[in-house]
Design a protein around this ligand. Sequence first.
Ligand code: F6P
Length: 324
Amino acid sequence: MADKFTIGVLTSGGDAPGMNAAIRAVVRTALANNMDVVGIKHGYEGLLNGEFNSMGPRDVGGILQRGGTVLLTSRSKHFIEPSGQRDAIRKLNGGGIDALIIIGGEGSMNGAYALSQQDVKVIGIPASIDNDIWGTSIAIGTDTAMNTIMDAVDKLRDTASSHQRAFLVETMGRNSGYLAVMAAIVCGAEVTLIPEVPVTVEEVALAIEDAYKRSKTHAIIINAEGSGIRTTELAEKIDKMDVGFTTRMTILGHIQRGGSPTAYDRLLASRMGVKAVEALVEGNHGVMTGLKGKGIDFVPLLDVITNKRKVNLEYYHMAKVLAR
Ligand code: F6P
């Protein structure tokens, strides 16, 4: 009797809330289609080390609501090299793995494409709080991170108003201003700094002073980590200028990556996990699942890695108007 078709699943790069929901969906959908599933620990690094475990339905029980990734993750330097990819293919063949589902961000999709070019059947599932992956209107984990930011800024605003302070808040996002811009809208920020729109410290100071003159009780300044101005430096400089408010700063950091996924992320991850397995059942591969309109589509991995996702600057301007 021929061996069953075996899917390997791994999570790679920065963890994102909802990765577990995606793993669960992959495992249970594959089993429902009479396929076997092998969980690969520690992302591409674990693939190179042959960290393989067969997964049954109970192995993914109770993980839907958990942040992080039960498969663990890593940023593998060796896998980026062609020799690393060659070793990975050897491990896949040795482990009897017929296809790979890779849950991760931009870097992970680059790795997925590289494997697909060497005849490995690969499906990508986009998961990154940064929402910087081309081909999907939103990635798994972004909504939860947005809610974490919103919760934190709401709390900071309470204390900022009580003391009439300007509060600088740094959000993650690597080279993308997505989280910062959307946070500015949902949190009502007075100023937003993003990599896509350079501004000077003087312009930020003027905007804060303007908010003070307009009788605002506080000013919230969202600084994306990739904006080009470090939050600590910005806070020090603004503090020395007379802008009306006194200044404080908070770097939200990795808190944005953790926590139980929102309903939105659980649903998105479940839908993408199911679709990824369905693609393999239909003989489709070399693609990433992407949310387009209300449906989950398949986008060629080549398009994913050759196109750059841009922040819609309409939202940047909207945040400004709404801060009047
Ligand atoms: O890509 C997700 C992300 O959290 C980015 O926003 C951030 O720049 C980076 O990962 C931080 O990476 P690490 O956890 O390896 O420090």
